[in-house]
Design a protein around this ligand. Sequence first.
Ligand SMILES: Nc1ncnc2c1ncn2[C@@H]1O[C@H](COP(=O)(O)OP(=O)(O)OP(=O)(O)O)[C@@H](O)[C@H]1O
Length: 870
Amino acid sequence: MAKKAKKETPLMKQYNTIKVKYPDALLLFRVGDFYETFGEDAIKTAGILGIILTKRGAGSENEIELAGFPHHSINTYLPKLVKAGERVAICDQLEDPKQTKTIVKRGVTELVTPGVALNDEVLVSKSNNFLCSVYFDKKYIGISFLDISTGEFLTSQGNAEYIDKLLQNFNPSEVLVSKQKRTLFNQTFGDDFHTFYMEDWVYQTDYTYETLTKHFDTKTLKGFGIEDLYEGIIASGSILHYLAQTQHHKLQHITSIARIAENDYVWMDKFTIRNLELYNSTNNNAVTLLNVIDKTISPMGGRLLKRWLALPLKNVDKIKERHDVVDFLMKDSKVLQKIQNHIKHIGDLERLISKTATGKVNPREVIQLKNSLEAIVPIKSLADNCDNESLKIIGDKLQSCDVLRKKIKETLNEDAPVNVLKGGSIAAGFSSELDELRSLSKSGKDYLDKMLERESERTGITSLKIASNNVFGYYIEVRNTHKDKVPEDWIRKQTLVSAERYITEELKEYEAKILGAEDKIQTIEQQLFTELVTWLNQYIKPVQQNAYLVGQIDCLCGFAQLANDNKYIYPRLDDSFDLEIKGGRHPVIEKQLPIGEAFIDNDVFLDRKEQQIIMITGPNMSGKSAILRQTALIVLLAQIGSFVPAKEARIGLVDKIFTRVGASDNISMGESTFMVEMNETASILNNISDRSLVLLDEIGRGTSTYDGISIAWAISEYLHEHPAKPKTLFATHYHELNEMSETFGRIKNFNVSVKELKDNVLFLRKLVEGGSAHSFGIHVAKMAGMPKQVLHRANKILKKLEQSHSSEELTDQVKTLHDDMQLSFFNLDDPLLENIKEEILHIDIDTLTPVEALMKLNEIKRMLVKKKQA
Ligand SMILES: Nc1ncnc2c1ncn2[C@@H]1O[C@H](COP(=O)(O)OP(=O)(O)OP(=O)(O)O)[C@@H](O)[C@H]1O
């Protein structure tokens, strides 16, 4: 028999029609004061939020899972859902339930996804929250990043390697890809990203171009300098399409789109960004460069510093401008301190103005906006009057926004609440109508207080209470113990367990006045606030500009503080090809050494004429990697405009930094690590330029020694012979590579010195000229607590190996070593030895006479002689 069709309630019918439109999102369905979820959504929601899962219509044929929370808790629960990677559709009541007799109209007012969030609880203050779109074409891949919370919109295009690097740099929370390119995306960029697959038709030239020009209200995209980015435009347009699709229509704060110009910035591929641990460390707890250098105070400064670190400059003049400001601020610590103190009072201007544009700002935040702009005024005057041109220019561009601040001050109370419905947002004196209503409501309330006093006295009821609710309006509440004292003219309205509620004629009269006034006050406050917010939108651009400038000043002040705190120096940048660092330090390691241990600084010199490649040998743990990384970090710091941890630095502009670490340093990679290592290295060799800085750390150790040496040799030879002559540091424990300097003029040998003690080494950590004779891995093994027996053998083997030069000899040596080994280690599986062992174990020493002992020994000897003869 066919199952009887379920009879849906009107509410569930409405729910189901909305839900089918958002199959891949959790639907938060507003019912009265609650947001409810049903069915599968309820199971998921209850699981993520740890709230109770119940059933609606339990026992009936319409039974369905239900989980919900009070609507005012949305800011607590929504972020949790989004952080768990859910897309959340918020379905609100679109009309006032009081005004309608039938079911309330409902609709989705916002679709919150990990990449599209305005909620402070989802956002991290010093990080951007980027939504990204990737578009694959035959020639290039287009990419676009948009942070709806700050209004930043960026685009670029290039090959897979470049796009991969940008993904690494910008670390988007959500990536949009066309459905068709799902597999291609995963194959190219891995499956670590939170992806959403959009309809393929969106990715059309005309449609996306039009979407962009319509949004910016321009005829072309020429003004943004992106007109020629065919793939970039498609990616960018598709992002705007997605925003519309997710019901984000108020986007006035996205005022422009900028091109990430590949050629303006130092190229670092994703391996380099990872190896140098700039902002993401491979080991989650490790301190990153960003942790050490971030002295910014404002969220704008924090976000900008990350951008600077991801995109170091290649233009000497621009870099020098930053250095000059840092130098100025470092020397004038009073100005530095004053500016930093004012920055402390600046909130997240960028996000505040975005909230204003999207209509999500609350009264308290508008006050914050005003106060932040107020703090800019003294910064502007400090910068305007200082003795540094670049800082002056920034100061000049800062806008004091006088009219804006005045308007907010006039309109809002300084202690305005978060929720405009709470009342008290609009300042006294701003609207005479509001002022009148407020005094009416106040006098009404005073009247009620008096009435309460009078009635208490008249009736002798001590615990009288006047309160109000939505159903009866104002009422007098009498506890049951006083029930008998209630006068006759009171009208009973409600009976509770322990009290009764009454109304009186007088109460009703005043209620009309008060409630009428209060309702009106609420409406007027809301209206005036909305008007203010709309008015504020004229200031989106100047506020955004201020935010950017404050970010810049904050970063530069941060650099000055960093330099002061850690004794960094002014690096000299020029157009030469030399790199000369004297007394260089590793900015992160120097901060982490145990107390009492000093960081040993080092000199590094590289050029394209005499000393293009340095082979750094030295025992494990001696500090080879540290020297490599600190060299890259010093260059990087210099080119983002910071001072550097060194005594002196002269840096010929670097345009690409490559670092590769031998496979055994990241064994966790799983797939043929050696293959990975070779792939990565190959990509360096195909991309080097005459301004490149190449750092190779133990390349080749992922394979057998002789393979490894040959490969390392061949790579070094290639770099030496390449017309680009890239500056290279090569750390290796193959001291065989030291022979290269005899044949290749620009390869020089250095080693990280150690002092050999009797059976130990002391790390001196100084980089000195010359190769090292052997590789001290055994000493490190000893430090690690290897058994003595193993260490002893290892030393013996090493000595023999070191005497060998040809591979044939080596094989012979290894053979004899092998034989040797058989003798020295007892072969306990030998049956003869087993017999002897048994004999010895069975001897009872206590009862054994000396003669018997001798005889036993003789017997054992005979067994061995016999075995030897055989
Ligand atoms: N210049 C220095 N001053 C003080 N301590 C240092 C210095 N350089 C390195 N160290 C310390 O020595 C440790 C090992 O350094 P590093 O990893 O650079 O050695 P390595 O020679 O590359 O070793 P391996 O060959 O095992 O990779 C670092 O973690 C750091 O604590």
